[in-house]
Design a protein around this ligand. Sequence first.
Ligand code: PAF
Length: 285
Amino acid sequence: MTDPVVVSTVAELDQVLAGSTRPRAVVPTMGALHPGHAALVRAARESVGPDGTVVATVFVNPTQFGAGEDLDRYPRTLPDDVVLAGAAGCDVVFAPAATEVYGPAGRFRHDSVTIDPGPLGDVLEGAVRPGHFRGVLTVVAKLLALTGPDVAMFGEKDYQQLVLITRMAADLSLPTRIVPVATVREADGLALSSRNRYLSAAEREDALVLSRALRAVEAAVGEGAERALAAGREVLAERPSVAVDYLGRTDPALGPAPEHGPARVLVAARVGTTRLIDNKAVLVP
Ligand code: PAF
């Protein structure tokens, strides 16, 4: 395995990818890579094969952060990211500055054209983080345009993001296939997230109620929607310091919860100053 080529400008990226007809996969990330990202890179490598090209993008996208969110303190660990991505099978790391992606302003201007996520962008995460998914979809569309991949990998951990990106690719007839990759968890159930590194040891213990609440909903899913969600809320209430933003059930496309069949349970909460999200597929009998 050779070290990935690291480029920071669009011109360099174009040069590295120029003329290649090999299958290409992209793994868009905001860096601070962990084993969950390694799983995305490995899935990308598997998808394009040994002769294909795997590109990882590392870009902390300012336009998906709201005022007062953690844009400034978001961990930036590019040298470690390059090592992790390379070990997982990545060929090229594209790590641009904000001005390279958005021009001199480094973010949207008042007259920028952006991608409207539609009504699904206003629920769950979108209700708590207004404008978040406009920022996500716009940067993902740009990153797909810049890297020109056949496939792009996204983790199920950010489930609403995955659904919206899949919708964007379908609704805008983008030529890239969006591939979901299962959430990677610690042995105790904590979903891997770049933001976990903000947690103190005590907060990390508290954070375990998110995955436990999802499992409680799953265990009670046959008892009706209200009872199942109540079971989840009871678990969350065991840690009063965890401020819950939502615990909800939807269908797999984030529409109204089905009476029977596949469904999704989603949770978001603040643990100290760290906002965490998690979700789980459940089958309603
Ligand atoms: O999931 C993330 O890391 C980001 O939201 C993404 C998809 C890279 C867009 O900035």
